[in-house]
Ligand binder design. Structure first.
Ligand SMILES: [Zn+2]
Length: 364
C-alpha cells in the first residue's frame, strides 16, 4: 500500500518535473528558410537543456546578416516575445535574418527562487486561441551545476563576480567550448556569429525602471555610429532611447566580448519591466502583460525612476514595440551606412500597429 502511495507521488512529481522541461512551441512564418540548433555550432550541447532552436530567413536579394537573440534572460518576457513575433511573421527581402528566441534555453526550465514570479502568462492569438508562455529564470537551471561556486571567475579575463553569475549567459561571453553549460551556450552563440558571418547582432532585454541603463541601446564601439543615427531616427518616431557605450572594463557582456571577438556590430536593447524591479507589488501575469503597478506609478510621480512610468503602466506591447522599432531603425541605418550589407524585411508590426492591435494579433 505504502509502495503504491510513494509510486503515485513519485510519478506525479516526476511528470510535473519533466513537463517543466518541455518548452512551448513557436510557429514560424511560411517564409522560414531553414531551422538549426545551437548544437550545430557546438555538438556537446546536443541533448542538453542548453540547446535551442535557430530560425533562418533568407531574402532573395543579397545583403547583410542580422542576428536577433531573445531570452538571454528568460525572466524578461519582452525580449523573448519580440523574437517570437519575428519568427511567426517575418518575410525577408534583402540579406538574411537569424532568430534565437531562447538564448538561454536552460533558464526557461527554471524559475527565480523567492521572487514569486508567475509560472506562465497567456495571450490570445489572432484565431482566438490562448497561447501560454513561461516565465523563466535570469540564470541557467541550478541543476546544471549545483552548487554555484562562491565566486565566478570569467573566462578568459579572470574578472571576479558573485557565484550565481556563473549561470548568467550575459556574463559568460565569449564563452568556452569545454566550460560550464552557460559558457558553452555563450560559445555556441558566438560561433553562430562567426560561422554565419553575422554583420549585426542584437540582444533583447528588460530591466527594472530604477536601473540606470534603461530604455537604452548599449553599443560596442564599432556599432556606435549606426546606433547613434538609429536613436535620432527613433526620436523622430516619438521613441526616446538612451545611447550607452559598452563599458570597456566590464567583461562577459555580449556587446563587449562579441564585439571584440567577432566581426559583427553588437547591440543590446533594454526596455523597462516592472517584473525585474525591487519596488513592484503583486507579481502576477497581469504585471507582465499590463504593468500597472501602483508602487512604480508612485515612484514615477516622485521622480525616482530613470524612465517615465505612466498610470496606464508600461504594457508588454510597449516594451516589445520598442524592441521591434529599435531593430527596424538599426536595419535602416545599416543600409544607409553599408548598402551592400543592407537588410530589408516586412510583415513585422510597427510600434503604432502593435499598440493598436495588441501582441495576440501577431501570433499564429
Ligand atoms: Zn537582461
Amino acid at each position: 500500500m505504502y509502495f503504491l502511495i510513494v509510486a503515485v507521488i513519485v510519478f506525479t512529481a516526476g511528470a510535473d518535473f519533466v513537463g517543466q522541461r518541455q518548452l512551448e512551441p513557436i510557429y514560424p512564418s511560411y517564409a522560414l528558410s531553414k531551422m538549426g540548433r545551437l548544437s550545430d555550432y557546438l555538438p556537446s550541447l546536443r541533448d542538453s537543456d542548453g540547446d535551442s532552436d535557430l530560425y533562418f530567413f533568407n531574402g532573395r536579394e543579397p545583403g547583410g546578416t542580422l542576428f536577433i537573440i531573445g531570452g538571454t534572460h528568460p525572466n524578461e518576457p519582452a525580449g523573448f516575445m519580440s523574437a517570437v513575433i519575428l519568427v511567426e511573421n517575418l518575410q525577408v527581402q534583402k540579406g538574411r535574418v537569424i532568430v534565437l528566441p531562447r538564448g538561454n534555453a536552460s533558464g526557461f526550465t527554471a524559475t527565480e527562487p523567492q521572487e514569486a514570479f508567475p509560472g506562465t502568462f497567456q495571450i490570445v492569438n489572432r484565431a482566438g486561441k490562448e497561447r501560454s508562455f513561461r516565465v523563466g529564470s535570469r540564470f541557467s537551471n541550478i541543476l546544471e551545476g549545483w552548487p554555484d561556486p562562491i565566486i565566478y571567475r570569467h573566462y578568459p579575463s579572470g574578472q571576479v563576480l558573485s557565484g550565481a553569475e556563473t549561470r548568467n549567459l550575459n556574463r559568460a561571453y565569449p564563452g568556452r567550448a569545454d566550460g560550464t553549460l552557460t559558457e558553452r551556450m555563450a560559445y555556441a552563440i558566438t560561433e553562430v556569429v562567426r560561422k554565419e558571418s553575422v554583420d549585426l547582432a542584437i540582444d533583447l532585454h528588460e530591466a527594472a525602471p530604477e536601473y540606470p541603463v534603461i530604455n537604452a541601446i548599449v553599443a560596442h564601439e564599432r556599432a556606435m555610429d549606426i546606433a547613434a543615427l538609429a536613436t535620432v531616427d527613433l526620436q523622430l518616431e516619438g521613441l526616446e532611447f538612451n545611447l550607452e557605450p559598452s563599458p570597456t572594463n566590464f567583461h562577459g557582456l555580449i556587446h563587449r566580448e562579441m564585439g571584440d571577438n567577432t566581426g559583427a556590430r553588437v547591440l543590446l536593447f533594454e526596455s523597462a519591466g516592472a517584473l525585474q524591479g525591487r519596488l513592484r507589488g503583486a507579481t502576477n501575469a497581469e504585471l507582465i502583460l499590463k504593468s500597472v503597478d501602483p508602487f512604480y506609478i508612485k515612484a514615477g510621480e516622485l521622480g525616482k525612476l530613470r524612465v517615465p512610468f505612466p498610470k496606464e503602466g508600461i504594457p508588454l506591447e510597449i516594451r516589445t514595440g520598442r524592441h521591434l522599432a529599435g531593430i527596424a531603425a538599426v536595419c535602416r541605418t545599416m543600409g544607409d551606412f553599408e548598402p551592400e550589407r543592407a537588410i530589408a524585411y516586412s510583415n513585422i508590426p510597427s510600434y503604432a500597429e502593435l499598440q493598436e492591435h495588441g501582441i495576440g494579433f501577431y501570433l499564429q
